[in-house]
Design a binder for this molecule. Structure first.
Ligand SMILES: Nc1ncnc2c1ncn2[C@@H]1O[C@H](COP(=O)(O)OP(=O)(O)OP(=O)(O)O)[C@@H](O)[C@H]1O
Ligand SMILES: [Mg+2]
Length: 409
């Protein structure tokens, strides 16, 4: 059997799982999909372990049934407003005696470690340390410093930290559901991995994931993240607003939002919509414009809070690749049009790419995180030396080739 990768996205509104086989050609082929309503999270963080583990179990079991195989470990994601991204710098001497030498892999590891030495409090941990660019002596903007001659190596690194308790609770949930956690990644980074093109990241792009409980943002400049953040408002808040303002139950407001909702007034022609009555009261007719007005106010607030974070850092003028939206909130009609207006940049909805066999009904921005977790999982397996059968021979040959090359150097 081919090696298997499992992506598990534990979101505030839904838990989603994807099972994929790493095919002989090194491609991920999705063979199982499962999802379950997620009752145990608040704003992206597990607050009820028992309820969450049931949802995790249900989502994975569904995917297992569809895939016709059982799985043991998963790659899962973490999110929430406890996540923080900071830009750090590391500096090391390449040669202890100040003599020019080629930068080695070991030097790169040391400089990244130096950048990671932040003196974090006990309750926080580093989730990701992503190099932005390197400098060797006076030569800067280097993407890969390996083998460049110099005496001093510097690295600019984006470091993403999170709460230790939040990740421990998440891991506990998955373990108690009967699975091991093979890797833990920031959900927004996973979603970005599935929807952003290399060109967009190089040009500079704002990636916004509008989930149920939180809205997450990552800004990429020159190919790497420079800003990571989250705000404690997501698309569920839009539903709550409708429910309160139109005096209708949350479920009815959710249906109304999906069927007649839009967050950009210029897109709608005025028509009548029916709001279901509560407690035996008759249904109420209202104008669609009123519904859209309520939704647009909240969505504008969400975008403006994100914009404020980006403007504080002065990154907006460097964003040449526009805005890309994921998460269920990106499915709201008008989401990209409103983003274009608020950010003054082109905007698009991001659909997950990079895997085969995903049934079309799941090829949506809601599944971006789960697909990205599969892509991260594949990288981990390949790094650990798990090779699809047909590649084992070629990797053995290439290591011999490397050995010969080193020998003759
Ligand atoms: N077709 C649709 N139209 C409008 N909104 C939608 C649609 N489908 C889903 N949503 C909204 O998307 C939100 C859920 O998004 P998503 O599934 O990405 O969140 P999550 O991953 O569970 O939560 P989080 O990432 O915040 O932890 C809900 O508020 C839901 O109303
Ligand atoms: Mg999510």
């Amino acid at each position: 059997m081919d090696p298997v990768v499992v992506g598990l996205d534990i979101g505030t509104t839904q838990v989603r799982s994807l099972i994929a086989e790493l095919s002989e050609r090194g491609e991920l082929e999705v063979t199982g999909v499962g999802r379950a309503v997620s009752p145990g999270l608040r704003r992206g963080v597990v607050i009820n372990i028992d309820a969450t583990l049931e949802a995790v179990r249900e989502a994975i079991e569904h995917a297992e049934m569809m895939a016709g195989r059982e799985v043991e470990d998963v790659f899962t994601g973490i999110a929430g407003t406890h996540i923080e991204g900071i830009n750090s710098k590391g500096v090391v001497a390449v040669s202890p005696k100040g003599k020019e030498r080629k930068v080695s892999q070991e030097d790169i590891v040391r400089v990244l470690d130096a950048a990671k030495a932040l003196g974090l409090p006990m309750d926080r941990e580093i989730l990701h340390a992503i190099p932005q660019e390197y400098k060797v002596d006076e030569q800067d903007h280097i993407k890969d410093p390996l083998n460049i001659l110099g005496v001093r190596l510097e690295a600019d690194v984006h470091i993403i930290t999170g709460s230790v308790t939040a990740s421990q609770n998440l891991i506990k949930c998955v373990q108690r559901a009967g699975y091991d956690v093979h890797g833990l990644f920031l959900e927004a980074l996973a979603a970005g991995k599935a929807v952003l093109t290399e060109d967009e990241k190089d040009l500079g792009v704002v990636h916004i994931d509008i989930g149920g409980g939180t809205t997450d943002v990552v800004v990429y400049l020159g190919g790497a993240p420079y800003l990571t953040g989250a705000i404690p408002i997501g698309a569920s808040q839009v539903t709550s607003d409708l429910s309160i303002m139109l005096e209708t139950p949350f479920e009815a407001a959710e249906r109304l939002k999906r069927q007649s909702g839009c967050c950009f007034l210029p897109l709608v022609e005025d028509e009548e919509v029916i709001i279901p009555g509560v407690g035996g009261r008759p249904p109420l007719a209202t104008s669609r414009a009123e519904v859209v007005h309520i939704i647009q106010a909240r969505m504008t607030e969400i975008y403006e809070l994100i914009l404020e974070k980006i403007q504080k850092k002065g990154y907006l003028p460097h964003v040449g690749g526009g805005v890309v939206l994921t998460g269920g909130g990106a499915l709201l009609e008008g989401a990209s049009e409103l983003a274009m207006e608020v950010f003054g940049k082109p905007a698009r909805v991001g659909y997950p790419m990079g895997v085969k066999g995903l049934p079309p009904e799941f090829e949506t921005p809601e599944f971006a995180t789960a697909v990205g977790l599969l892509l991260f999982g594949k990288e981990v397996l390949l790094e650990e030396g798990v090779r699809p059968l047909s590649q084992r021979r070629s990797s053995w040959f290439s290591s011999i080739g490397q050995w010969l090359k080193n020998f003759f150097e």
